[in-house]
Design a protein around this ligand. Structure first.
Ligand code: FAD
Ligand code: MLT
Ligand code: ZN
Length: 467
């Protein structure tokens, strides 16, 4: 039977308008390109367009404006909040064929890339010039720079280098009106009006389609060591952080619980300690000289003597460092088969101890029967809470229970001045809670900004907020 979408007159007009455009209405492509890692919504896009140039992207947007078709910008679809989901007859606009490095500038230390390039390919390209692009996280092999920009991705090195936002020198963007904007000209200093580049960063495909990005690069870090720490209780976590941060230049400070370790070990990672401990930290810090090595030992000994940690291991080789990192970086993949309900929350570091205590009590009370896995970028004040669905529960019942708890969590976040999304974005998943983090006036302003850049409301409609 012919898929009715393949003969849709709107698509026929699109084909006529852009004869070279790669366009698919295959059911398997719809399934593949219509969802992200949330796996909660059933994909139902009109079609998938895979342009190969800025001109084609622009022409697709102009067609969408004429035909009133919604467009879902799509990168690697590793997103965790439903931002790239196309479940309502939208056109998926995948940037995956626009994946080239366009330019390296040694003087400016910038790399200009097409938006569909994978984060890892950017790491490799920077490395070829003896430099680094320091945004990093486990999805590096499949997430795209366009997606990173659209979500202002964070990751495991934010504590040292900041979020994606800090590393974007310039952007080329196609707006919802089909205008092509060159934003910031990769300038370091540019005090000439509103910085629209920063507005696009984190806008989750609702204001414009990122087609190119000029990224800042930096020097490689000094040699580092990785340490895994076992903690006796949650209460000591932020004290351990303070002890390490006071003595060392931290490249990362990440935490996870015994439940997280349990799942990573079941997924093939190697057991780090004979005993089971309730909490763990993976931290990476600069070494390379005697003073730094002594400072690392001093931090560890201080924590041990004061009962803040109960055990620790330090990497002796790159292979061992990678093994320790796998315990933290393998968590998301090890949980994927459970399709966990994910919270991705943040508070200021100073608010973390009180927020953690309250949240721990809240989750113990509200989720007595669920496997709740905690981990995250605790050095940035960012906590990931993953709730696994019991086999006996239906998807719908499970989500209802998790949303009830998320409402309570959002109230706790409001009290502690936090955010319902630290780094994954609002997408569809966190839309009901946006007003806990942002005021009604702010959200109204966001709507107004969207109307300016996307007058017909065709770019990723229904994501972040409703029109
Ligand atoms: P997609 O999922 O394809 O899209 C995400 C959003 O961006 C959608 O709203 C989409 O419409 C929009 N978008 C995509 N491309 C464009 C474009 N060119 N122009 C405009 N809008 C666009 N995230 C973190 O921040 N930190 C982490 O540590 C982290 N770790 C992860 C680990 C794993 C194993 C996985 C699976 C995910 C992780 N993520 C993390 C989440 C995810 O990888 C990031 O959100 C990433 O930035 C998404 O990139 P993507 O290309 O996959 O985007
Ligand atoms: C992580 O920190 O590992 C990512 O944000 C992914 C996740 O939260 O699952
Ligand atoms: Zn994260």
């Amino acid at each position: 039977m012919t898929d009715p979408r393949s003969t849709d007159p709107r698509l026929e007009r699109l084909r006529a308008r852009i004869p070279g455009l790669r366009l698919s209405t295959d059911a398997s492509d719809a399934e593949h390109y219509g969802r992200d890692w949330t796996r909660r919504w059933t994909p139902a896009p009109l079609a998938i367009a895979l342009p190969s140039s800025v001109e084609e992207v622009r022409a697709v947007v102009l067609w969408a404006v004429e035909e009133n078709v919604s467009v879902v910008p799509s990168g690697g679809r590793t997103g965790l909040s439903g931002g790239a989901v196309a479940a309502n007859g939208e056109l998926v606009l995948s940037l995956e064929r626009m994946n080239r490095v366009l330019d390296f500038d040694a003087v400016d230390r910038t790399l200009t890339v097409q938006a569909g390039i994978a984060l890892e390919a950017v790491h490799n390209a920077a490395g070829e010039h003896g430099l680094v692009y320091p945004v990093d996280f486990a999805a590096r092999g499949s997430c795209s720079i366009g997606g990173n920009v659209a979500t202002n991705a964070g990751g495991i090195r934010v504590i040292r280098y900041g979020n994606t936002r800090e590393w974007v020198a310039g952007l080329k963007v196609v707006t919802g009106a089909g205008d092509v904007l060159e934003l910031n000209r990769a300038l370091i200093k540019n005090s000439s009006g509103y910085d629209l580049r920063q507005l696009i960063i984190g806008s989750e495909g609702t204001l414009g389609i990122v087609v190119e990005a000029t990224l800042r690069l930096t020097d490689p870090p000094p040699p580092t060591n990785v340490m895994l720490l076992a903690l006796p209780s949650f209460d000591t976590l932020m004290q351990v952080f303070a002890a390490f941060r006071a003595r060392l230049t931290l490249e990362a400070f990440e935490f996870f619980t015994d439940r997280a370790l349990h799942h990573v070990l079941a997924h093939g990672a190697q057991k780090p300690f004979d005993e089971v401990h309730p909490f763990y930290v993976v931290t990476e810090f600069a070494v390379g000289d005697e003073a730094r090595e002594a400072a690392a030992m001093a931090a560890f000994e201080h924590c041990l003597e004061n009962g803040l940690v109960s055990d620790g291991v330090i990497s002796q080789s790159d292979a061992q460092a990678a093994q320790l990192w796998r315990l933290r970086e393998g968590i998301t993949e090890s949980l994927a088969k459970y399709r966990p309900y994910k919270n991705d929350v943040s508070v200021r570091i100073s608010a973390m101890p009180a927020f953690l205590a309250e949240t721990q009590a809240l989750l113990a009370r509200e989720y007595p029967q669920f496997d709740v896995v905690w981990f995250g970028h605790i050095g940035d004040g960012n906590l990931h809470i993953n709730v696994l669905k019991p086999e006996a529960d239906t998807d719908a019942d499970f989500i209802v229970q998790c949303e009830h708890v998320t409402k309570l969590l959002a109230q706790a976040l409001a009290r502690h001045g936090g955010s319902i999304s630290a780094e994954h974005g609002i997408g569809l998943v966190k839309k009901p809670y946006l007003l806990g983090t942002r005021s009604a006036e702010e959200v109204e302003l966001m709507r107004g900004i969207k109307r300016v850049l996307d007058p017909k409301g065709l770019l990723n409609p229904g994501k972040v907020f409703d029109a």
